[in-house]
Ligand binder design. Structure first.
Ligand SMILES: Nc1ncnc2c1ncn2[C@@H]1O[C@H](COP(=O)(O)OP(=O)(O)OP(=O)(O)O)[C@@H](O)[C@H]1O
Length: 193
């Protein structure tokens, strides 16, 4: 279980996260909804350990994973070295070549392995980003607006692939979005900030 207990956080003087608590079960998909500036991305970064709460605590059952909570962001190109091929980007997780080549071909098409990020589309690059997060064998995945800049068909495809992997590997997912229709379609329940 991923448990956040009474989280408080501020970057400067004002509190951005004020006493948020949540739990995510293995395999559960929980939505985080709220208006712009309500602290959704900050909570995502706290859950993934990119930020440390000013008050409160986060408890994670790692179940054997060295990186139990992975964060996937909206702009994959900002999270990747543009001079690396897709193969090198996936191997950054410490995965062997055999593990990289065993990635679900529905998620990463083998013809992309030797291409650079600018040689595949934005939706395809987001699939590589997702595959990289999954190769780290997370128990929980925080998906922060991962499909916000994609067209409806690509958005549906990404979520279908993510949910399929999450179900198969019992990964708990926190889906951050300002789109209530998307959250209704992909989550088991939604926390409204
Ligand atoms: N690095 C930072 N330094 C200072 N303030 C920040 C920083 N990052 C975010 N903030 C502020 O924290 C508040 C919450 O931001 P956050 O990005 O968590 O909100 P959000 O709900 O994800 O918003 P959006 O839906 O617009 O992405 C905002 O008022 C923002 O200006």
């Amino acid at each position: 279980m991923l448990i956040a207990k009474d989280l408080w956080f501020r970057y400067t003087r004002d509190w951005v996260v004020q006493g948020t608590s949540l739990t995510v079960e293995p395999g559960e998909v929980v939505g985080l909804f709220g208006p712009s500036g309500s602290g959704k991305s900050t909570i995502g970064k706290l859950l993934a350990g990119f930020l440390t709460p000013t008050k409160g605590e986060i408890l994670v059952d790692p179940r054997g994973s060295a990186h139990p909570v992975q964060l996937v962001l909206q702009h994959p190109e900002r999270a990747m070295n543009p001079h690396w091929t897709v193969r090198e980007i996936l191997a950054e997780t410490g995965a062997s070549q055999a593990e990289v080549e065993a990635v679900d071909p529905h998620l990463v098409r083998p013809v992309w392995f030797d291409r650079f990020p600018h040689e595949i589309s934005g939706g395809e690059l987001q699939r590589v980003n997702l595959a990289r997060a999954l190769l780290a064998r997370p128990r929980y995945l925080v998906a922060d607006e991962i499909s916000a800049s994609l067209d409806a068909i690509t958005q549906a495809r990404i979520w279908h692939l993510l949910l399929e992997q999450a179900r198969a590997q019992e990964i708990g997912v926190v889906a951050i979005s300002h789109d209530p229709d998307l959250l209704a379609a992909v989550t088991d329940r939604v926390i409204d900030l």
